[in-house]
Design a protein around this ligand. Structure first.
Ligand SMILES: [Ca+2]
Ligand SMILES: [Ca+2]
Length: 132
């Protein structure tokens, strides 16, 4: 585990890079879709919530995160299937990341990096761009 400095524009740039962002959301989708049916149920999304609460949503209580997810599913379940498919998941994740980016704004924050977190990917990408 290590720490890094991240700001809002860095995160927005990552979300706008559709290839890197698409790859990340696909990987996470497959990880969360534990029964492999190509859709995420509320329970499967709930697993994701546990992950977020450990570091990425450190300022929000479990109740806040839970109602955030209710609202997100309500909004992003475009076909009203009651589950989130791959496309819906990508839109949902993008919304979360942009909201976080706006929250951080231009003041860099210190974040704890975990191997599979999106913030980790943001940092890796920025480092890679510096080398190239
Ligand atoms: Ca599933
Ligand atoms: Ca759906």
């Amino acid at each position: 585990m290590s720490v890094a400095i991240v700001d809002g524009p860095m995160m927005e740039e990552f979300v706008d890079d559709s290839e890197a962002f698409g790859k990340w959301t696909d990987q996470h989708f497959d990880m969360l879709d534990t029964d492999g049916n190509g859709e995420l149920s509320r329970d499967e999304l709930q697993n994701r919530q546990g992950k977020f609460s450990s570091c990425e949503f450190e300022l929000q209580s479990k109740e806040e995160i839970s109602s955030l997810y209710d609202a997100l599913i309500e909004r992003f379940d475009i076909d009203r299937s009651g589950t989130i498919d791959r496309q819906e998941f990508r839109a949902l994740t993008k919304e979360i990341m942009l909201a976080k980016a706006r929250g951080i704004g231009n003041s860099p924050v210190l974040v704890i990096l975990q191997g599979d977190s999106l913030v980790m990917r943001v940092v890796q990408r920025v480092l890679q761009n510096k080398i190239n």
